[in-house]
Design a protein around this ligand. Sequence first.
Ligand code: HEM
Ligand SMILES: Nc1nc2c(c(=O)[nH]1)N[C@H]1C(S)=C(S)[C@@H](COP(=O)(O)O)O[C@H]1N2
Ligand SMILES: [Mo]
Length: 395
Amino acid sequence: MSITELRTRLEALVPVPSEDQFTSRLRSPAVAARIGLWLGISFGICFLTGLYSHEVQAHHTFFTLPSRPASLYRWTQGLHVISGTAAVPLLLVKLWAVFPKLFARPPRGLVRLAGEALERGSIAVLVASAIFQLASGLCNSAQWYPWGFHFRATHYAVAWLAIGALLVHVAVKLPVIRDVLGSDIEDTRHDRASMSGTPPLSRRGLVRTAFAASGVAVLATAGSTVPLLRKVSVLGVRSGSGPEGIPINKSARAADVIALALSPSYRLTVQHGATVRSFSRGDLEALRQRTHDLPIACVEGWSASGTWSGVRLRDLLDLVGAPHGRAVRLESLEPHGYYRVSELPHQFADDPLTLLALGLHGEPLSIDHGYPCRLIAPGRPGVLQTKWVTKVEVL
Ligand code: HEM
Ligand SMILES: Nc1nc2c(c(=O)[nH]1)N[C@H]1C(S)=C(S)[C@@H](COP(=O)(O)O)O[C@H]1N2
Ligand SMILES: [Mo]
């Protein structure tokens, strides 16, 4: 039996549709390339801002991260979640447009077959990793963790897979991409012979609808970080409730710190080598107070700006004779939990805007925002703005 015969028999046995059975002119390279271009741009933004988020949180970074502008992380992570959200409708339309390709018959000849297998392999990786990134990212930003794996490590590893597969895909398709992007969207030169008829919607109409859906997705969620959009963002997570108008992620009750935080024996210990000083909340209030506008920019994408007042961290470091250029470790009253300790690289510890805040918006800090005192430093993600601080240690 020849290979052709075998194939015919197999096809009769398993009724898989063939590429030619999909006749819509909307499922054309002209559409796939235009949606793909914007999908690629949004993935590129996600990748770069995601790498930045990784660097900010990693303990060993390749370069010295800047503490200014104070809202840098607010911008990068807001952009990350916004461009990721915008990509969701684009990915759906893109997958719909290229769906018939799944049923393209393999080419003849071993070399071409091997080439095709490699290309299809890279597409499989691209599709799987794109769906995974968007789905896991959306769940995380909605604070829903329906999985057992470590989100950050997995999302980080799959980001490299997605970008690698995307680059291979663009390189392979470059000739077609350049051709279709250079001609009118309704041009039919690149259509398969089997495409016929007039679809109910023009290609231009489909692409515009996809962009509009993308815009709606952004408007529905971006209010978590863009104050002006707060009212329209019906699906936005954490759009600004919580004491003093700033959301809270973990309450004092959930962190199990209420008794310790309200105890009269609370002290903040500041240690540099053998020099140790302790401060009650009253001692801290008696030190020189500063007031700065600084954002809380959660890794999940929401952010909110607040007017914080309290003691400059550098002032406390001076009181124990700590030199400039030293990293600092902070410890919370919180007995356990991922965020009970954090490290401040020296450029953040020495930044004059970095505070151990005692108040927010002119009121004493509420216990959910970190009473008796909490760290608030410029350019840091929310996870590293430790609440209920009880120890500062110069490293
Ligand atoms: C192709 C698309 C995407 C790529 C390449 C990408 C890449 C990354 C990378 C590299 C990180 C840093 C991980 C780390 O700290 O080790 C990250 C973090 C994050 N991404 Fe994405 N991402 C994508 C899509 C999304 C989407 C669609 C969302 C949500 C709508 C999202 C939400 C998040 C969140 C919330 C974090 C912070 C996690 C944390 O620090 O706890 N991502 N992303
Ligand atoms: N000790 C401690 N500090 C913490 C957390 C925590 O769980 N424990 N959560 C962090 C996270 S994820 C964010 S976004 C900010 C939120 O601060 P807020 O509740 O004052 O808005 O606090 C950070 N500080
Ligand atoms: Mo956060």
